[in-house]
Design a protein around this ligand. Sequence first.
Ligand SMILES: [Zn+2]
Ligand SMILES: [Zn+2]
Length: 374
Amino acid sequence: MQIGLFRDYQLNRIVVAYNSGSYSIYADTSNFGSILPNEFIDVSLEGKKIRLKVGVIDKGLFNKITLIQNNLGSSITLDPKSNKAIKSRKYEDNIELTPSKDGITIVNLVDIDNYLSGVVESEGGGGQLLEYYKVQALISRTYALKYVGKHAKEGFSLCDGVHCQAYHSMLRFTPLIREAVRSTSGSVLIDQNNQLIDAYFHANCGGQTIEPDYVWNSSVPYLSSFVDTFCIYTKQAKWEKRIPKVDWENYFVKQFNYPIQDSVWKDKLYNFTQDIRKAFFQSPALGIPLRDIRIKFGLKSTFFSTYLDSNFVVLEGRGYGHGVGLCQEGAMKMARLGYDYKQIAKFYFSGAQVIDLPEKDFFEQLARKGLFKM
Ligand SMILES: [Zn+2]
Ligand SMILES: [Zn+2]
């Protein structure tokens, strides 16, 4: 896989230091030895080229710098010096640095299982059970294969942000995450037409998942709304937010021409009940999508009811995230109750199937998209 790193930032200078194993340094056609313990290289953008310093020794300007591991399992630390707000991160396998008009482009040429281990750690966190990590690996592999060409124009296959999948590999992942990735190697989710599915997930559905067309105006046959009782007693199952009454009123009147002059509708403005998920505030006839309200007031979810408390409208909400597809806290609970990853996947993606794609087919798919040489 070719993963673009630090894509949420513009980087003009980066220091690459030893972490484990060793790396050979190539700049255009020259070889500048290896990065060994306590050593580093310093790469900075200068016009249309990048300057390489090995330690403090200037080696000149180049079009491309490649760091190739001398033995499998090596890893290095990338420390973006031009942006102090970003912490350094550790990566496995090989690294390529090239200049671009938006800063230095850094690509991690990484084995798919190593990449997925980093994604599962970034998206799923620590301290979970093996079957949960397996289902997260299954989803992340399905996504990676489906969208592998997304950033082809920029010179890599996927980025490391939430735009694709978070991959802030710090190599903290437990052996359990690696085992989850390895033991599901080749497993993906497909729909009835044998196509890879859009394996959406979110933190907590609040007890009911939501139809994708409530969120993105497009329906997906293998995703429907259903009741999920696995997540209702978990961390992010409930939330509350108080919004000044005047802000609440102004938003609906100005944005949607809400009929506030009508006493019945006025009363309804403060009292909205959602026992099961709805797509619209009060009545669909008013055309006020809950997703717009969520964005406007920065709400954790669209699954909320309201009541008035003096000068405030109180929102009592459930869940966290868009609510489509797999509910992470529900899946974690299912794993603790003894369900295996295929059962968990089946529960959240009832119209999809888990298949084991032989490794050969997997790489043929990549090759067809021109992203892997057979
Ligand atoms: Zn992306
Ligand atoms: Zn849930």
